[in-house]
Design a protein around this ligand. Structure first.
Ligand code: ADP
Length: 473
């Protein structure tokens, strides 16, 4: 069955169309035939009851006690009209039978007294030779005698007319279906042609040609809708592909730098024999580069896992001040190296519902940047407070060089560094703020920067007090 079912939509549509139309035409033909049958029969019945009256007028007694029809040519008339007449006495004796019956019975003796008392509506009976006739019975008085009169008309004309009508319909029906099939197929092909064209166009769009789009002829109709939806998907794919490509290129570039450094340090060291302390220095700087590599790989891993949605956010209620102090103590040694002072202050009662490690990472990145970009002996202030609309705020204020207005929206992008040479000196790959932004945003918060160049910067994290964004969990 499955194999017989047409493969193409246009053939399927045509088949359905023809099937439905065929069914409707059959119902229509059936209904029309039925209607014709009933109206022809009604006409036949009307003629019959008129004829019954006519025959009643013609009845007369004969001297031998029988009944005859007073018509000169009644025999001929009856044959022409296909009229059959029988007259019975009230006692059940046959008084008259028209010659057209050729001796066969019409309705036979009146059977019951009920029949003899009521005027019966016409009914269909079969004669001895199988002819179907419409028969009416009436009670009449001929010269003071009650008689039963049966008059019948042949149904032959009715059936013949019905047969002709049905055969016309039966011939016309397949013809109409064939024509409708051709018409339907042509229409379906025309309607589906743009889809074919779209499919061909879509086939040509590959990963390398993601910038191509499907043509939209009429944006309002269904096909336009389909093309728009497809194009929107393509646009998203293209953006995702671009991002992936950029990410891969940037990541490779960032990975290559420490690797090159390790290699050149090693090569130089191998050129000539060195003292033990010189070798120790070489190994030390190699380890430093390895540290940088490890940090970079960790950041890349965090970002790619966050992209894939693989990071589960483990919600707990955390004291925001406690968490900030913890983050600051993790990077304190770096500040000590630069003789900087980090002061953490704020309300210890503020509770945030979130993932401890992810939020701590965001704060560590911010405080780490403040340390990196502030000059030696600078002061770094971290403030925890309640903000508007039941938000919780953490601000990291530093005395660094600040961020130029035009860079402020871009520093949160991956691999973006304002001054790459200088940033690299302190080990940044431009991923710290990207990770901080992701961490804050999956908690439903926002991260912003306020800064005037040369006057330090304030990084502000606003978190909802309890609500945790369900995204990417
Ligand atoms: P990196 O790891 O290079 O620091 P980030 O994503 O943390 O990367 O920061 C991106 C860029 O934003 C840095 O290159 C730096 O120029 C700028 N930036 C970040 N924090 C500060 C800050 N506290 N003061 C001045 N500039 C900053």
């Amino acid at each position: 069955m499955r194999r017989l079912w047409p493969r193409h939509v246009r053939s399927r549509m045509t088949l359905w169309y023809v099937l439905v139309l065929g069914f409707l035409l059959l119902v229509y033909a059936g209904g029309a035939s039925l209607y014709l049958f009933y109206s022809l029969r009604e006409q036949l019945d009307n003629d019959l009851s008129e004829d019954v009256e006519r025959v009643e007028g013609l009845l007369e007694s004969t001297p031998d006690g029988m009944v005859a029809l007073d018509s000169v040519h009644h025999g001929e008339d009856e044959a022409n009209m296909q009229r059959f007449v029988e007259v019975w006495s009230a006692e059940g004796a046959l008084l008259y039978r028209s010659p057209t019956l050729e001796g066969g019975a019409l309705g036979g003796q009146p059977r019951s007294s009920a029949e003899s008392n009521t005027q019966r509506s016409p009914s269909t009976v079969r004669l001895a030779d199988g002819t179907r006739v419409r028969m009416a019975t009436s009670i009449h008085t001929v010269d003071g005698r009650r008689v039963f009169l049966r008059v019948a008309h042949s149904e032959q004309g009715l059936w013949q007319e019905l047969e002709e009508f049905s055969s016309v319909l039966l011939v016309a029906l397949p013809l109409a279906l064939v024509l409708a099939g051709f018409g339907g197929f042509a229409l379906a092909r025309k309607a589906l042609a743009p889809i074919d064209a779209m499919a061909h166009q879509a086939e040509r769009i590959s990963a390398e040609r993601l910038s191509e789009r499907l043509p939209i002829e009429n944006p309002e109709d269904e096909l336009g809708h389909l093309a728009r939806a497809f194009n929107a998907t393509l646009a998203r794919l293209e953006a995702a592909f671009d991002q992936l490509r950029r990410f891969t290129a940037d990541a490779s570039h960032e990975l290559r730098t420490p690797l090159t450094a390790i290699r050149s340090v090693g090569e130089v060291a191998l050129q000539a024999p060195k003292s033990a302390s010189e070798y120790r220095d070489v190994i030390g700087s190699m380890l430093e580069e390895t540290d940088r590599l490890t940090r970079l790989v960790d950041s890349l891993l965090t970002l790619s896992r966050s992209d894939a949605g693989h990071i589960q956010v483990q919600r707990t209620d955390i004291s925001l001040l406690g968490l900030t102090q913890e983050a600051s103590s993790l990077v304190e040694v770096l500040a000590e190296e630069k003789q900087q002072r980090i002061s953490v202050e704020g309300d210890p009662t503020l509770i945030v519902s979130g993932d401890r490690l992810i939020l701590r990472q965001a704060l560590v990145n911010l405080i780490d940047n403040a340390i990196k970009y502030s000059p030696a002996k600078a002061e770094i202030l971290v403030r925890v407070a309640a903000g508007k609309d039941s938000q919780l705020i953490v601000e990291v204020v530093d005395q660094g060089p600040g961020v130029r207005q035009e860079d402020q929206s871009r520093i949160f992008d991956r691999f973006y560094r304002v001054d790459s040479a200088r940033s690299r000196e302190w080990g940044g790959a431009g991923l710290g703020l990207a990770i901080a932004r992701w961490a804050v945003e999956i908690h439903g918060g926002q991260i912003t920067v306020q800064s005037v160049e040369g006057q330090g910067s304030t990084f502000r994290v606003a978190l909802p007090a309890t609500a945790l964004k369900q995204e990417r969990t």
